[in-house]
Write a protein that binds this ligand. Structure first.
Ligand code: NZQ
Ligand code: ZN
Length: 390
């Protein structure tokens, strides 16, 4: 196991009705009578009444609220710039996201943009380092991206979807009321489930040895997400199952499952090429297509880990031939993604025309991606080709 230093300061406020606590927690952290900016998406939080509840809670705590809606899935830089220009001189002391990963990531980008004199795309291009950010808070409406506890922020600009990572943007508090997930469309439920599994798998598939404790935690979380995920997919009113999914999905990306090990992240790098190329593609759906193809391609380089996954996570009876055990594990995982409505191929994703060579070159523009097996342009192209015909 590798050395590590872990500190996760996100306060997690979890359960029925927790949106009523937003005002008291925010005022405790940023001070009373502050002015804040609330950001939301295309309208689901408005229609459900959540936005009004958050607003009421903030005002009851004496906080002055500015509001801006309209964040689209796969959030764009132009919206971030427009929002930064609007709030820059308004004395805002915190940004509050009411939504999913797209809204939270927009809030994070605005939080760093307001504190920077230049154009905040500089951070995403690696031209500047984040040194300051307004505090970010997240009221979660979809368990998926894990941004409510993560140090990451992913934004798309002119076909390039890329992220920044810094402790400065890890939300100060995350409010998760699983009752709010009942209105999610089936497609978003399935995509969210695959995304949170992937956040664990990007850490679990590692060459680092002597990691039994965290391995076991990863395996239990994956089994829970798959079992409870199937329940909420089939019955979105199942509050108890949503609690398991909401909690596991939020921890999936707060760094805990990567403690002491080298992480991979090749599947995310490849998927971001797909949803950067075509912005209508949902991140989790893209992952559902990429992950099995990646597993087929790399499992031979670390077979023991893939046997462990097949047996401990997917419940495969070990075969004499490890390759067969691995193949069954991958097939069971792919079947589970399809049981929650996700596509199995690029064609089913609506990406049969994706320019494989160009995406592979763009994916590796800064060098190889992934660590379990570092992938070059040819490897990424081979994985995407495998995904086309899975
Ligand atoms: O915009 P509204 O109207 O709110 O509708 C949203 C949106 O259309 C809808 N929705 C959300 N909560 C709902 C709801 N509909 C009904 N009832 C509710 N309770 O769901 C749609 C998708 O929302 P989005 O925020 O895009 O989903 P998600 O949380 O999956 O976020 C995806 C984004 O996060 C990035 C992805 O790349 C993608 O851009 N990621 C961010 C990460 C991070 N910051 O740490 C890590 C991830 O790996 C990921 O890359
Ligand atoms: Zn993800």
């Amino acid at each position: 196991m590798q050395n590590f230093s872990y500190y996760n300061p996100t306060r997690l406020v979890f359960g029925r009705g927790v949106e009523t606590q937003v005002g008291s927690v925010v005022s405790e952290i940023v001070g009373p009578e502050a002015k804040v900016l609330v950001i939301y998406g295309g309208g689901s939080a408005k229609r459900s009444g959540l936005l009004d509840a958050v607003h009421a809670s903030l005002e009851a705590a004496g906080i002055v609220v500015l509001e801006k809606g309209g964040v689209q899935p796969n959030p764009r830089m132009c919206f971030v710039r427009e929002t930064v220009d609007w709030v820059r001189d308004q004395g805002v002391r915190a940004i509050i996201a009411v939504g999913g990963g797209s809204v939270i990531d927009t809030a994070k980008a605005v939080a760093v943009g307001v504190e920077y004199e230049g154009d905040c795309w500089d951070f995403f291009e690696g031209k500047a380092k984040v040194e300051k950010a307004l505090p970010v808070f997240a009221v979660l409406t979809i368990p998926a991206a894990g941004s409510e506890q993560s140090t990451r922020c992913v934004i798309t600009h002119h076909g390039t979807k890329t992220g920044i990572g810094t402790e400065l943007i890890r939300p100060r508090a995350a409010f998760i009321n699983p009752e709010r997930f009942a209105t999610l469309p089936a497609w978003q439920i399935g995509a969210g489930l695959v995304d949170m599994c992937s956040h664990i798998m990007e850490r679990y598939f590692s060459k680092t040895d002597a990691t039994e404790y965290v391995d076991g935690q990863c395996e239990a979380a994956l089994r829970t997400i798959m079992a409870s995920g199937l329940k909420v997919y089939n019955d979105p009113s199942d509050y108890d199952a949503w609690c398991q999914v909401g909690l596991a999905g939020s921890f999936a990306h707060n760094g805990y499952f990567g403690l002491g090990r080298e992480e991979d992240w090749a599947c995310h790098a490849i998927e971001h090429e797909i949803s950067g190329w075509r912005e209508e593609i949902t991140h989790g759906a893209g992952l559902a297509v990429v992950i099995p193809a990646w597993m087929h391609y790399v499992s031979g380089f670390e077979p023991a880990r893939f046997v462990q996954f097949a047996v401990n996570v997917m419940g495969v009876e070990p075969r004499e031939d490890d390759a067969e055990t691995i193949r069954l594990g991958i097939a069971k995982f792919a079947a589970w993604t399809q049981s929650v409505g996700m596509p199995g191929t690029l064609a089913a994703l609506g990406a049969e025309d994706c320019p494989i060579e160009a995406l592979a070159r763009h994916c590796c523009r800064a060098g190889t991606v992934g660590h379990l097996k570092p992938l070059n342009v040819d490897d990424v192209a081979a994985i995407l080709t495998g995904a086309a015909g899975n």
